[in-house]
Design a protein. Structure first.
Length: 386
């Protein structure tokens, strides 16, 4: 494990800008060129496309149609190495409690502690709270147990194809809305990265797998199935060795802490940031922390508007099943436990999680998260443009 850590540390050093040439001009930075291929309107359009399937709840026809749509989009980008993971899902006999939040000093999920004014959180299960009759009908079909599928696409490296980074987001949602933020924003981000890296002029030394998890909202079942099925295959022709896993979940809404009356600012706060989290109790915590700081450095260099902040309480996200096997981190709009879990996003699992709810300032936070991950991954895999 020590040797692997040393190798990871070397890999996490982002390349510096090329030195000046003989004519005193600076060679173009290929990573900056790739980051520039991200576009706010394209990112928004991908989120909007996902909302055409409503909340995409697992075990429904709308979820299966969304998986088909995602696969078609990936293929249209030129990412020909597209496949699906299949697994069985049986819901637990007794559902977990829905409500969270409240007052009092107690640890937050993943570690840390709640501070300041907090709002109640929970999952909306009342269809009548959705005033849009069309969307209410679209979200009406209930989930049924059985076979599930999730789609992924792999950019094959040219010199170290047997090593890869996994870049993920979950495509299912709940709450009788459109799941535009949770997790249309993370899914669209991963799809946009797949589009950029699939460009015919883009080469990478190492491989990248872009995967859109299913069953996140039911308990990370899709990512757990991937780990269970493929962890022991690493190093074979069927599964490259994992170098790191980066998850994206809820990327749009950072309006700050609720006020004393429970309300929030109407617009994205100027000091909004991209929260990059690792889990300090994981077996690969040291490696994950280094990976998190690699993203923070990439944000400093390539993100246009919002900074990144690093935290140590990653929880309740699809990177968790990976955290004891490889460096695993997650990106969100806020810290998952101490902030989202304390009511900082009033649209979380609610009928208001609609495309129309968010402004360009919100969408731009998601774009900055995409710039952050793309900048870091491009450096880690040795991306070049030919």
């Amino acid at each position: 494990m020590l040797r692997a850590f040393v190798v990871l540390l070397a890999a996490l050093a982002l390349p510096a800008v090329a030195p000046a040439q003989a004519d005193s001009t600076t060679a173009p930075d290929p990573i900056a060129q790739l980051v520039a291929r991200l576009d706010l309107e394209r990112y928004k359009a991908t989120i909007k496309g996902l909302t055409n399937f409503g909340d995409r709840r697992q075990g429904t026809d709308r979820n299966r149609a969304a998986v088909d749509w995602i696969e078609a989009q990936l293929r249209s980008y030129g990412c020909s190495n597209v496949a699906r993971l299949k697994y069985e899902y049986q819901p637990p006999s007794s559902p977990s409690p829905g409500g969270r939040g409240g007052q009092g000093v107690r640890p937050a999920s993943g570690g840390g502690r709640y501070r300041g004014v907090r709002a109640q959180t929970g999952v909306n299960t009342d269809s009548l709270k959705q005033p849009d009759a069309r969307l209410r009908a679209l979200d009406a079909q209930a989930s049924t147990p059985g076979t599930r599928e999730e789609v992924y696409c792999t950019k094959i490296g040219t010199t170290h194809a047997g090593e890869m980074y996994i870049v993920g987001g979950h495509m299912d949602g709940i709450g009788w809305g459109e799941a535009a933020n949770d997790d249309g924003s993370g899914t669209a981000l991963v799809m946009e990265l797949a589009r950029v890296f699939s460009g015919p002029d883009v080469r990478t030394d190492r491989s990248i797998r872009f995967i859109l998890w299913n069953n996140e909202e039911s308990g990370l079942n899709g990512s757990r199935a991937y780990v269970e099925q493929r962890r022991t295959l690493q190093g074979t022709k069927d599964e490259p060795k994992w170098l790191g896993m980066i998850q994206h979940d809820m990327m749009l809404f950072d309006h700050g802490m609720p006020r004393a009356d429970g309300t929030l600012a109407a617009e994205q706060r100027p000091e909004a940031d991209v929260n990059v989290e690792f889990q300090s109790s994981a077996k690969f915590a040291a490696e994950a922390e280094q990976l998190a700081w690699a993203l923070e450095r990439a944000n400093e260099k390539y993100a246009t508007d919002y900074p990144a902040s690093v935290g140590s309480h990653m929880t309740n996200t699809d990177s968790a099943p990976f955290q004891d096997y490889v460096a695993a981190i997650s990106l969100r709009e806020n810290e998952r436990g101490t902030q989202i879990g304390a009511g900082w996003d009033p649209n979380w699992h609610q009928p208001t999680d609609l495309y129309a709810t968010y402004s360009d300032k919100d969408f731009r936070l998601g774009l900055n998260a995409a710039q952050t991950t793309l900048g870091a991954i491009a450096g880690l895999v040795g991306a070049t443009i030919h």
